[in-house]
Design a protein around this ligand. Structure first.
Ligand code: SF4
Length: 379
């Protein structure tokens, strides 16, 4: 298949749905006793809702939405630290647009911009680098945010800044990794997960081997998936087939994009620029060992935490989530967004309480955008 329309072919989707139904019946999955499949990536959550797969699929298959939206898992304290840096005199703070409206304890970056901070949206860290070249008398800070998908481009910008000897470019590093929170979820005795849909874009960088522990140590199937409806349906079928056959393996449905061993150029840039933090705070999951990356000492001059004396460089403040906010429970798949008491009441895309309502990969945004009043009434 070559074209997007082929991956959205209704006849193919119907055939896959029928096969999923057959295997679900075979293993005895019902609405009352469903198979719980976690899609780790927020991009998958949005595809599932955009194409209505949650409504079309056998009632014995329940999608559990995972913590794979990097903006959503950022704790409020990190947003506060962004605002603090952006408010410093002489700073141009650059960020992807997704992070602009994420609420901090006092304000979002959007509100800080309205209050006078020089905050600019960029499409790439290389745009921030170009701003630093053009503004040698200003401090340009890039908000490095995201999983392994965006980690390499930030690394390449730091390497370029080092080569050019730039002294006014730094990165506020919030890059995180996927396997560690999955391990944390699997270690949680309250989580009842039967299998995983693995992230497509992250795996394009890291390959499929970092997930081996999921099958080997926990006996759960995981299938790395693409983002089109038939990709997702085929991946669900592959997970169910493993369960029906009593096996657990790492399989790659997205082989047209994901190489088994990842992307060597990206992996080399990551290894050169970053090292693991001992732990990193995740919204809703708390501190998770070795789940965050920081800039290696040899690139310290490009580390905003070091330059501005902020965050993990000086010890961090824990900031409580707003009252009644259930972001943590939604992000760990314990409840659906519509079960949050704030959904559609105290929290809407116009007046968000949590990042899940404003991020393009947030589960609450998916329910709001594609569920509408039906979503509200569903639970
Ligand atoms: S509705 Fe708002 S407060 Fe509730 S979980 Fe979603 S983002 Fe968080």
């Amino acid at each position: 298949m070559k074209f997007a329309s082929e991956f959205r072919d209704p006849a193919l989707a119907k055939a896959l749905l029928a096969r999923i139904g057959g295997v679900a019946d075979q293993i005895g999955a019902t609405r009352e006793k469903p198979v719980h499949i976690m899609e780790i990536c927020g991009g998958h959550t949005h595809s599932i809702f955009r194409y209505g797969l949650d409504k079309l699929i056998h009632p014995g298959v329940e999608f559990i939405h995972g913590p794979g939206c990097p903006v959503c898992v950022l704790p409020m304290s990190r947003v506060d630290e962004c605002v603090e840096i952006a408010m410093r005199p002489g700073v141009i703070f650059t960020t992807f647009g997704d992070a602009m409206r994420v609420p901090g304890h006092k304000m979002s970056l959007m509100q800080a911009k309205a209050a006078g901070a020089d905050i600019r949206m960029v499409y790439s860290p290389l745009d921030a680098l170009e701003l630093a070249r053009r503004n040698p008398d200003r401090e340009v800070v890039f908000f490095g945010l995201g999983f392994e998908t965006t980690t390499p481009s930030t690394a390449l910008s730091i390497q370029a800044a080092a080569r050019e000897g730039l002294t006014n470019f730094t990165v506020f590093c919030n890059h995180i990794t996927v396997p560690e929170p999955i391990k944390a979820l699997l270690d949680d005795p309250d989580m009842m997960l039967d299998g995983f849909i693995g992230p497509g874009h992250v795996s394009m960088v890291i390959g499929t081997h970092p997930y081996d522990f999921i099958a080997r140590d926990y006996g759960k199937p995981i299938v790395v998936a693409g983002f089109e409806p038939t990709d997702l349906l085929q991946s669900v079928l592959m997970v169910l087939t493993q369960i029906a056959e009593g096996r657990a393996a790492v399989e790659n449905q997205y082989a047209r994009v994901v190489p088994q061993n990842g992307n060597p150029v990206s992996l080399a840039a990551i290894a050169d620029v970053y090292e693991r933090r001992p732990s990193f705070e995740w919204r809703g999951l708390g501190e998770i060992d070795a789940s965050g990356l920081r800039i290696r000492p040899k690139y310290r001059a490009f580390d905003a935490e070091e330059k501005f004396g902020i965050g993990y460089a000086v010890g961090r403040k824990v900031v409580e989530e707003p009252e009644g906010c259930a972001c943590g429970a939604v992000m760990t798949g314990r409840i659906k967004p519509t079960a949050c008491p704030q959904f559609g009441k105290g929290c809407t895309p116009d007046m968000p309480l949590g990042a899940l309502m404003v991020s393009s990969e947030g589960a609450c945004a998916a329910y709001w955008q594609y569920g509408g009043s039906r979503g509200l009434a569903a639970e």
